[in-house]
Design a protein around this ligand. Structure first.
Ligand code: APR
Ligand code: ZN
Ligand code: ZN
Length: 367
């Protein structure tokens, strides 16, 4: 069958929206009609090569849709089921999977962007195989994906809102709740208050942290941050954020700082703004060759903790339905995350808006 999808052929060039041939789902795979796909900075990072795919790749990793039909051996999912997509693959039997940390699976070595049997499902008009970002590619009208990437959700949820749980919400809220396990009353700073950082802020609100200091270089983002519960804002384009955070915490520094950009400079800022024995949590995905350095002796003498947080340390089928229930109960904001809807054809416009800091989240909606 045919599907229109957003494809990256060359780094730092406009994304191409074109019609592709989509193969039938094979064993353990499912065909989905996509309802919505969030536009996350990680998608832009694939365009720039920060997150590296070595061939043409269909974009999108934050989505939700409805099952059209299923391949052989799929018993848990049925046509008509509503699902959110998870963007990790896992084997289920390695040590990390057995520990319930499927996002850190250590033994899946199928090349990036291919289905789990090592083959393509998408092909362009020249007959070339097209990779799928995270094996899913949510910026496509239809997707064939491994059934293990599906999280079943109630049919009463708006799929547009649910799509955001596929990455930004789970990554941001999970960094606070699962990775850092922030205690009530802790002081928190969040550097980078985009689609993911705003969710770190609402995670901090959820655990009753105070103060919650938002740091960004875009005034509009700081206004979003206030709406999501930041008690203080720091414009890092105008002030030194490390100094500002110390001033706001009586010179001590915060208990927890979250870096939600993926920039070595702001990673070091996060480390510098936590108090002794405080925790800096790095959420942003930096360029695959980037490195940062911190003073080695002071690291020991200060007993600071520096930890990574991938996908909010989540278990997709446990955490995503839970986050949607929090939304239903009115304790998690999803509606306010969506600043603007786009058609698939407007994907380059959506990336331009992201670079200009215009949206909390942009979302591509399909018919
Ligand atoms: N200091 C402070 N804020 C900054 C700086 C800086 N030096 N540089 C960029 N920012 C802000 C931007 O203004 C923007 O508000 O960081 C924010 C990033 O937000 P988005 O572009 O919406 O990115 P998002 O989708 O939230 O992803 C953030 O998480 O999943 C990862 O790959 C993703 O690394 C990316 C990060
Ligand atoms: Zn993402
Ligand atoms: Zn595994």
């Amino acid at each position: 069958m045919k599907t229109r999808a957003a494809v990256v052929y060359e780094h730092n060039q406009p994304v191409v929206v074109e019609e592709l041939e989509l193969d039938e789902p094979r064993a353990n795979e499912v065909l989905l009609r996509t309802a919505a796909s969030g536009v996350c900075h990680s998608d832009l990072s694939v365009v720039t090569g920060t997150i590296y795919y070595d061939a043409a790749v269909a974009l999108g990793h934050e989505g939700a849709g409805v099952i059209e039909h299923v391949g052989d051996s799929v018993t848990d999912f049925h046509p008509g089921d509503h699902v959110v997509l998870s963007f990790v693959s896992y084997c289920g039997s390695c040590r990390m999977c057995q520990m319930g940390r499927v996002c850190l699976c250590e033994s899946y070595n199928v090349p990036r962007g291919l289905q789990l049997d090592g083959t393509y499902r998408l092909h362009n008009s020249s007959g070339d195989g097209i990779l799928q970002m995270a094996r899913i590619a949510t910026m496509s009208e239809y997707m064939v994906v491994p059934q293990q990437n599906l999280v079943k959700i109630g049919a009463h949820y708006s799929l547009e809102k649910a799509a955001l749980v596929g990455c930004g919400v789970t990554t941001g809220v999970g960094a606070v709740l699962n990775t850092a396990k922030v205690e009530p009353g802790s002081s928190v700073a969040v550097i980078g208050t985009g689609g993911v950082g705003l969710n770190a802020i609402q995670g901090a609100v959820f655990v009753e942290a105070e103060p919650i200091i938002a740091v960004d270089i875009a005034e509009k983002k700081l206004n979003f941050a206030k709406r999501f519960g930041a008690t203080d804002v720091v414009n890092a384009a105008e002030n030194d954020p490390v100094e500002a955070v110390h001033e706001l915490t009586d010179g001590l520094g915060v208990d927890y700082a979250f870096e939600v950009i993926g920039n070595p400079k702001t990673i070091v800022q996060a480390y510098d703004m936590v108090r002794a024995a405080g925790t800096a949590v790095i959420v942003g995905i930096a360029h695959h060759q980037a490195e940062f350095s911190i003073p080695a002796q002071q690291f020991v003498a200060s007993e600071k903790r520096l930890i990574g947080s991938f996908y909010g340390s989540c278990q997709p089928r446990v955490d995503m339905p839970k986050l949607l229930r929090f939304y239903e109960d009115g304790i998690l904001k999803l509606d306010e995350l969506i600043t603007r809807q786009y058609r698939l054809e407007q994907i380059n416009e959506a990336f331009a808006a992201m670079e200009a800091g215009e949206n909390a989240r942009g979302v591509i909606v399909f018919d």
